[in-house]
Design a protein. Structure first.
Length: 225
């Protein structure tokens, strides 16, 4: 059975923090009728137009989590908020904005900056300069793995062609950011001097380039022995 679009596009993220809860599956979903077989259902019992109660039918053969979403993510975010308090949240927000602007200023000489102005908690570059050598944002992200870094968000936002969205968050130290900046600078030089080195990355992993298009079009969503 083909998966409806609203099921295929459910975001699954591996992290949760003050700026990532929105993408954590903790948000509500409004499925269409054709998607019901894939969602856990909540039935409302009504009498005289008054809600009498609710019954949770369970997971059945659904592909998603339970009806209330990824509850653990919400607990983690709440714990973060309560641990920091009002002033702490203000400080972490300011730190996240400061870190993003620092990285933006340090990187813009190597990568195209479509909007050269102060940013918020994330900065967005374009692969325009590297694309002239056949290297795109996905290639740069793969090469970052060889430098020991989790790659940035690739090809998003869509309003920036070949986007590199970098979001250091409030927890990154200056030493970590400087190492990341140095790695990106090295990759920018490699893209100019030896593009194939970047195009064939990563080099130090058990598997290299996976067929991401095939994985997106034909997802395997459950393990079978």
């Amino acid at each position: 059975m083909a998966l409806p679009k609203e099921v295929r596009q459910i975001p699954i993220r591996h992290r949760c923090g003050p700026v990532t809860l929105w993408a954590s599956m903790a948000q509500p979903r409004g499925p269409r009728s054709r998607s019901f077989p894939f969602f856990p259902l909540l039935t409302w019992l009504a009498a005289d137009l008054a809600v009498a109660g609710t019954i949770l039918l369970g997971l059945r053969d659904t592909l998603t989590h339970d009806f209330y979403g990824n509850f653990g993510m919400a607990v983690r975010a709440l714990a973060y908020i309560q641990a920091n308090g009002f002033e702490g949240l203000r400080q972490t927000t300011q730190d996240a904005v400061l870190n993003a602007n620092y990285m933006m200023r340090q990187i813009k000489d190597r990568f195209e900056l479509p909007h050269d102005r102060p940013c918020m908690h994330e900065c967005v570059f374009s692969d325009q300069r590297q694309a002239a050598h056949g290297v795109r944002t996905g290639d740069i992200a793969k090469r970052l793995i060889d430098y020991g870094f989790q790659h940035y968000t690739t090809s998003f936002p869509l309003i920036v062609p070949g986007a590199l969205m970098i979001e250091p968050t409030e927890s990154a130290s200056k030493e970590e950011m400087d190492s990341f900046i140095e790695a990106l600078g090295s990759i920018a030089r490699e893209a100019e001097e030896d593009p194939q080195l970047v195009l064939k990355a990563p080099h130090g992993t058990r598997v290299s380039r996976l067929d991401e298009a095939a994985a997106a079009r034909h997802p395997i969503l459950r393990w079978e022995p």
